[in-house]
Design a protein around this ligand. Structure first.
Ligand code: HEC
Ligand code: HEC
Length: 298
């Protein structure tokens, strides 16, 4: 694209952002969603039963003054929020149920199920809250989907599940759902710190023909409106999510690819190490915020 056209399209995006900026005097954290007193309840003491009002548990686990972080949940319309809150209406729960069936089914030449080794899915409560994590076997960082596929290959002796396949999304949703209500809790490990540092640099780097960084949108412009939707702070609290636009479950990688094509950047290939870097940084940036899987998003 010629330089002048580039400049013009950049200016156009800024014009849209500025014109649609809400005249909001109060800072985000003063909005009612985040000031509900029941948010102060210890999240891991919450019952996890179908249909329970979990809207109250979404946000920060420690809503102390000065923490202005908010989940994308708080930026959604009330009808989408209601859909996420109610397990009977949340379409992401179908993925969790499909994951439970896969969990119990023997697979591969080892002919073993996840349940044979791990027992009830609830025994993995807390696991998703610390991923990406350092793998106990390879001693290098690994994402949750990759970790599940490592069990497929090493322990079930089965073929790995395809990225964004329904089966991998369902199993990941099942495992992550076990940590719903728990705060995101990345481990303090130098190998993760390196990964995060690279992720942070990436988050701050301007990309694409529109020349925007993740931070430009998710820190500087968060809360403003872009093409009809509110720019969220970009916290990875609900993955895999059920996205209404996708009409299905999708991973954090898929979400990040959407953000990259949104600024006319070429997304990294699925499974590229750059995603793990970004995920590790996003996880650190959202530490202490409560997991919502399966979240609903527009
Ligand atoms: C034969 C036993 C076996 C089977 C079958 C198995 N796993 Fe595992 N899994 C393990 C072991 C052992 C580990 C610890 C890491 C390692 O040594 O590979 C593990 C680790 C994990 C972890 C990471 C736990 C943590 O604390 O970080 C997850 C998540 C997981 N498995 C999910 C699954 C899923 C989902 C399935 C079914 C698709 C499955 N596993 C099948 C034995 C098994
Ligand atoms: C031009 C602005 C813009 C840029 C640049 C951008 N995003 Fe986004 N991002 C959005 C918007 C808008 C949404 C919400 C879309 C929707 O749900 O309607 C979003 C959603 C997200 C979400 C989902 C949050 C949730 O609640 O599930 C994450 C995570 C995210 N972005 C991370 C990133 C990362 C990492 C980058 C850099 C690689 C990036 N974004 C770049 C605008 C942007």
């Amino acid at each position: 694209m010629p330089a002048r056209a580039l400049l013009l399209s950049g200016l156009l995006v800024w014009a849209i952002l500025i014109v649609s900026a809400p005249a909001r005097a109060a800072p985000d954290h003063a909005r009612p969603e985040n000031t509900r007193p029941d948010q102060a309840r210890p999240e891991n003491a919450l019952p996890d039963r179908p249909g329970a009002d979990r809207g109250a548990t979404i946000g920060r686990s420690d809503p102390s003054a000065g923490d202005t972080r908010r989940s994308g949940f708080a930026d959604m319309r009330p009808d989408s929020q209601a859909m996420q809150r109610d397990d009977d209406a949340n379409p992401g729960m179908l993925g969790v149920m499909a994951g439970a069936a896969l969990w119990a089914a023997p697979a591969g030449t080892a002919n073993r199920s996840c349940a044979d080794c791990h027992g009830e899915p609830a025994r993995l409560r807390g696991v998703a809250a610390r991923y990406p994590a350092v793998d106990s076997r390879t001693r290098s960082p690994i994402g949750l989907e990759q970790r599940i596929n490592a069990c497929r290959i090493d322990h079930q002796r089965a073929a790995p599940l395809g990225r964004e396949s329904g089966d991998l999304l369902s199993l990941t949703a099942l495992v992550a759902h076990q940590s719903r209500g728990l705060p995101i809790a990345p481990r303090d490990d130098p190998r993760l710190a390196d990964l995060r540092a690279r992720g942070q640099a990436r988050f701050e780097q301007r990309i694409g023909q529109l020349n925007f960084s993740c931070r430009d949108c998710h820190d500087t412009l968060a809360g403003r409106r872009l093409a009809g939707s509110t720019i969220p702070q970009g916290h990875p609290t609900g993955y895999p999510i059920y996205r209404l636009e996708w009409q299905g479950l999708g991973s954090l990688q898929r979400r990040l690819r959407n953000c990259m094509t949104g600024v006319r950047a070429e997304p990294f290939a699925y499974g590229a190490p750059e995603y793990l870097e970004l995920e590790a940084y996003l996880q650190w940036r959202a530490r202490g915020m409560v997991l919502e899987t399966p979240a609903v998003r527009p």
